[in-house]
Design a protein around this ligand. Structure first.
Ligand SMILES: Nc1ncnc2c1ncn2[C@@H]1O[C@H](COP(=O)(O)OP(=O)(O)OP(=O)(O)O)[C@@H](O)[C@H]1O
Ligand SMILES: [Mg+2]
Length: 262
């Protein structure tokens, strides 16, 4: 779509596979297993805005504000300065005991939305990006609420001119989300995955949905590099199924599929 304004993800290769970036006002779900790069992708998104002179809001539920600032610093992003200068508000839902005005007392969707709106009013028009990392924390005890509350979050935030990244974790054991919901209401889904390939932890992402966008459908291998952050390497060329099977078995399957084995 030519007339859609797009926001950079802060990850060059990712902007390209999204036909230029995330359409303004979209609600994008970043989903996947632990340690796959969701938080780091969020840092890039925020940093891209700050670099353009925007302001931004980051809600962190599983890591403290300090942890987010430290992680960003490892990739050359100065969040500490942005917070100090009033360009970035990090709403902390983990360190609840502290009396900081941007800490949440209760981990509820309602309180989180109130704080986000307060932050948006404080930052004004220049605040265009919001990260909620992660939404799963709100539904740990009540996964059934996920769908209804995801809808509420999207509906309420739609009035505030924010482009939103919301992360959601998939359990290691089942591969399932802690409550389904985000995926259905989201305008876009970026799935973060991992797999052991030749004895090495390989991470990759797939854009599973991005409305109004002719996006790339391939799985892209990613790397997380100290001092730099998340980079897209190349599309996974071999089928993942091939990688998981012993060489002999995958050769046999290929033969059968190509008709040679009959
Ligand atoms: N400075 C660094 N240099 C290289 N790799 C790093 C660095 N910092 C973190 N990583 C890698 O990034 C991973 C964490 O990524 P991230 O926090 O984005 O995961 P996540 O998908 O948000 O996980 P979770 O669902 O648990 O929050 C670490 O496990 C590590 O492999
Ligand atoms: Mg994370």
């Amino acid at each position: 779509m030519r007339n859609l304004e797009r926001l950079s993800t802060g990850i060059r290769g990712l902007d390209e596979i999204l036909a230029g970036g995330v359409p303004e006002g979209f609600f994008v779900a970043l989903v996947g297993m632990p340690g796959t790069g969701k938080t780091i992708a969020c840092l890039h998104f925020i940093n891209a805005g700050l670099a353009l002179g925007e302001k931004a809001i980051y809600v962190t539920t599983e890591e403290s504000r300090e942890s987010i600032i430290r992680q960003a610093a490892q990739f050359g992003m100065d969040f500490e300065k942005a917070v100090r200068e009033g360009r970035l508000i990090i709403i902390d839902a983990l360190m609840r005991a502290s009396s900081d005005e941007w800490n949440l007392n209760l981990v509820t969707v309602e309180e989180m939305l109130d704080k986000v709106i307060e932050a948006k009013k404080r930052l004004g028009l220049k605040a265009r990006r919001l990260v909620i990392d992660s939404m799963s924390a709100f539904w740990l005890r009540a996964p059934v609420k996920a769908r209804e509350e995801s809808y509420t979050v999207k509906r309420i935030l739609a009035k505030w001119n924010l482009t939103v990244y919301a992360t959601s974790q998939y359990a290691i054991t089942t591969g399932g989300a802690f409550g389904w919901g985000l995926e259905h209401i989201a305008d876009g889904i970026i799935h973060f995955k991992r797999r052991i390939i030749n004895g090495v932890l390989t991470r990759y992402i797939i854009v599973e949905k991005m409305r109004q966008t002719p996006h790339d459908l391939r799985a892209w291998e990613i790397a997380i590099i100290d001092g730099k952050g998340l980079v897209l390497l190349n599309p996974l060329t071999r089928r993942l199924e091939d990688e998981a099977l012993p060489e002999k078995v995958s050769r046999r399957i290929k033969k059968v599929l190509s008709g040679e084995g009959q």
